[in-house]
Design a protein around this ligand. Sequence first.
Ligand code: HEC
Length: 118
Amino acid sequence: MSSNSVAERIRPVVTLGDILGSEDAPQMGSAALAVAKTPESMYQGACMACHSTGVANAPKFGDKAAWEPRAALGINALLQTAITGKGAMPPKGGSAYSDEELSSVIEYMLSEAGLAAN
Ligand code: HEC
């Protein structure tokens, strides 16, 4: 096995470069991360830890069946719940995102599950 393939195997699943779309990203520091806030990068930064695997029964990312009844509540209801927290989910998922940012992340999570909330 070449050292290259070892590096590929132990590479983190998601690197800062993936989030920012640039391999130069790790040298740019956290200021760059704040500038590059997209729904996807915010999801990865604060929500993925629980929602990717369904920690403590969090609705899993991309799981339509888990999200469908929630989407039916409407984006405003989901946003309110995300702001205050619910069950094992802390307020704002522990992030410092604004309401607009949280709303955009929720819409992103719904659309990745093939859903849209009204
Ligand atoms: C510490 C783990 C954790 C983190 C971090 C987390 N969540 Fe959650 N989330 C949960 C759990 C657990 C539930 C299910 C709560 C329940 O139904 O009791 C949930 C439910 C939700 C729901 C559905 C609420 C509803 O009304 O059913 C939304 C929307 C949501 N999370 C969005 C987010 C967003 C956006 C982030 C990132 C900013 C985030 N979560 C971060 C654990 C987490």
